[in-house]
Design a protein around this ligand. Structure first.
Ligand SMILES: Nc1ncnc2c1ncn2[C@@H]1O[C@H](COP(=O)(O)OP(=O)(O)O)[C@@H](O)[C@H]1O
Ligand SMILES: N[C@@H](CCOP(=O)(O)O)C(=O)O
Length: 323
């Protein structure tokens, strides 16, 4: 097997669920992580940027471990790796940082050994690791992804986002791990709530495919996870209830939270009003938070051509705060 010298990938963040599509509907966002990987004599992991704080730099690092899964699957032994990473994606905020690390690590390792695995095979491996095909599917394929996984095989259909769809996120300062946000969910739900979510999620997928932005506010309602997670996210119930009255096309908890997200028509004149509403709600709840205007990322993970002068992409981020 031929080994490439140095690989650089760019991978988008993702927002999962979009309200009712719990574990099955996601969207890639134009916030990115960059990752370089090459074979080395001894493993060395360097992290750049404020969002990498606390991420391990030894062989327990997620990118390193998922890369080894690719090598093992390709029949190779453990490979020592030099990995450099810079990320704009806040950790443990519901913006799919772990999915982006998994997808980035798999894509880079696959490219390092001349791509024995297809995108679909990477999707299978990524889903088995992350367990949420909506997050990893969005980071792999870009756009909006409707996905399903039965524990053995994952399937997806990509939906092209509407050209005027913009995204406002409000990112609380505090971290909320996906593990904790899942631990508050019940083992069983009433049949009425299951039907409610099936119908809303179905109409949401159809509305996103057909460009029916007028249906988003209603179709993004959820009864399977958001009500249970409300206690973990101060201000959320208020935002979910009132954002459409402040100009949002639809609103949801992003992934497992605590970030909240609103879809907005880019042509709307109410963007300022909505952002103020988000900021004031979090302020009143006593939570420090940052708002950010984003857009759906049309492309999933990409292999980048390295700069011929510096031979690296990460160099441009080296002035950033070292994690
Ligand atoms: N670039 C990265 N490299 C290595 N590990 C990462 C990276 N990004 C995220 N992670 C891991 O994923 C964890 C966050 O996952 P999770 O709780 O699911 O939140 P999120 O909503 O951000 O995906 C981090 O604490 C870290 O262990
Ligand atoms: N469907 C999962 C999504 C978790 O996404 P993350 O971005 O918070 O890791 C869930 O809602 O638990």
């Amino acid at each position: 097997m031929i080994m490439s010298s140095k690989i650089c990938v760019k991978v988008p963040a993702s927002t999962a669920n979009l309200g009712p599509g719990f574990d099955c509907l996601g969207m890639a966002l134009n916030l990115y992580a960059w990752l370089e990987m090459e074979l080395a004599d001894r493993t060395e992991i360097k992290l750049y940027g404020e969002h990498m704080a606390g991420v391990p730099t030894d062989k327990s690092n997620l990118v390193y471990t998922v890369a080894q899964q690719v090598f093992t699957k390709a029949g190779l032994s453990e490979q020592e790796l030099k990995i450099s990473m810079y990320s704009e994606i806040p950790l443990t905020r519901g913006l799919g940082s772990s999915a982006s690390a998994i997808v980035g690590g798999l894509a880079a390792a696959n490219a390092l050994i001349e791509q024995p695995f297809s995108q679909d095979e990477l999707f299978q491996i990524a889903t088995a690791i992350e367990k949420h095909p909506d997050n990893v599917g969005a980071s792999l394929f870009g756009g909006i992804v409707a996905a399903m996984w039965d524990g053995k095989r994952a399937y997806h259909v990509r939906i092209e986002p509407h050209e005027h769809l913009e995204v406002l996120v409000v990112i609380p300062e505090y971290e909320l791990s996906t593990k904790h946000a899942r631990s508050v969910l019940p083992e069983e739900v009433p049949m009425g709530d299951a039907i409610y979510n099936l119908s809303h999620s179905s109409v949401l997928v159809a509305a996103l495919s057909a460009g029916r932005l007028d249906l988003l506010a209603e179709a993004m309602q959820d009864r399977l996870h958001q009500p249970y997670r409300a206690a973990l996210v101060p201000g959320m119930s208020h935002i979910l209830e009132l954002a459409p009255k402040h100009g949002a096309l639809g609103v949801a908890l992003s992934g497992a939270g605590p970030t909240m997200l609103a879809f907005v028509d880019a042509r709307s004149e109410e963007k300022g009003k909505l952002e103020t509403f988000f900021k004031e709600t979090l302020q009143e709840a006593g939570i420090e938070a940052t708002t950010m205007w984003l857009a759906p990322a049309p492309k999933g993970v990409e292999l980048l051509t390295l700069d011929s002068e510096t031979g690296t992409f990460i160099d441009r981020f080296k002035g950033e705060t070292r994690a």
